[in-house]
Design a protein. Structure first.
Length: 153
């Protein structure tokens, strides 16, 4: 994982969820339009922090992966438009966490991250891992504020 740092959150303590921002609800994956989730990822990663290819190179490998579980995709929407997304693998790894630029700094990222921690904790996971770009200091600070610590590769 050259150029990335691996972070881990131990799930040995209770996890609480903050309130969602006004007007935001959580929708299951089957009630969303994948093309809109792809657009959210592209918008959120437009200025760095991650990458996503074209729709077909993102969607089909995602849903056909043996570690994919639709219950581990948490989508925050407003008026049926996705504004936040976290997707985890069954191996307790966060694949993506994005929040639309206009919805940042409103605790939506905290909600999504903690919701993923809670789901995985309820499944008996001892910890959750993710990787973050070494140059993405803002994301590193965010994850560290939520109890994540650096671990080896």
């Amino acid at each position: 994982m050259s150029g990335h740092i691996r972070l881990r959150k131990l799930l040995d303590a209770p996890v609480s969820l903050p309130a969602l921002p006004h007007g935001v609800v959580i929708d299951p994956l089957h009630r969303t339009r994948p093309i809109e989730l792809h657009a959210l990822l592209r918008t959120a990663y437009a200025n760095g922090g991650g990458t996503v290819g074209d729709f077909d190179s993102w969607w089909w490998p995602l849903v056909e992966d043996e570690e994919f579980d639709p219950a581990l995709v948490i989508v925050a929407t407003t008026r049926d438009t996705p504004v936040g997304l976290i997707q985890c693998w069954t191996s307790c790894f966060v694949k993506d966490l994005v929040v639309a630029p206009l919805w940042r700094n409103q605790s939506l990222g905290t909600y999504l991250l903690n919701a993923a921690f809670l789901k995985l904790q309820q499944r008996g996971a001892p910890h959750v891992d993710l990787k973050v770009e070494a140059s993405n200091l803002a994301a590193q600070r965010f994850y560290r504020r939520h109890g994540m610590v650096e671990v080896g590769p």
